[in-house]
Design a protein. Sequence first.
Length: 287
Amino acid sequence: MIVAEDYGRLIVQGADRPGIVSSVSAILAGHGANVVALDQSTSDPAGGRFFQRTVFHLPDLPSKLPALGEALDVRLVDELGLTYRLVEARRHKRVAILVSKMDHCLLDLLWRQRRGELRMTVPMVISNHPDLGDDVRRFGIPFFHVPVEKERKAEAEKEQLNLLKGNVDLVVLARYMQILSGGFLDDLGVPVINIHHSFLPAFMGAGPYQRAKERGVKLVGATAHYVTEDLDEGPIIEQDVIRVSHRDSARDLQRRGADVERLVLSRAVSWHCDDRVIRDGNTTVVF
């Protein structure tokens, strides 16, 4: 009988060379696994970078993971110099959401998670404002208000770390209007995904949609990316745009922008939770 607990994912990356795909397949087959999906890519067959995502079925997977991991260590790491992640597909990622006052991305993620569209759990929502507390609690999710004052930002980040460290696998900034420090990101130790409109760097700061209207923009879009210490310059996961026209007001542009932000962020979070995104320096491979 096939059960959900018996599906695993294997993510491999490193310097490309002949024999990687066959080695992965041989190891899995040797342990009784059946490959059900495989995606692989190389940046250059001669001296490039190799990436592979494999989904497999292995009866009684949890008990067989240690032996499978040992075999992968020997062949992929020691002999081929690759890195890998071995994941039980049944284990949903624990995703914390940080938000300020805008609710469109937050509520969309919570709604999709409740409907089972996003394979994740949400152990907490943290905000620097109390405004969205009641909305979050209606989903049965703990809400924490951590004010961020300019002269006490380090204290706020310490309080956030106390809530997050060891309790989450991913943090999502659902229009969280604060800049995270490099020290916070280092101490956190898990990936962080951010969403923002597509006008950067042309219309930075307040009122970007009004300035976009004044310039006669014809496209409105959004970008989801991993967060690094360099503001809004992390590896991009997903982007999308929609067309607008002179007939649209600044408010129309903002509404359409919010629609795109919801879609782009939900895709990025979904792909990350399904282990479809492989980071490689300041870029990504998305299967």
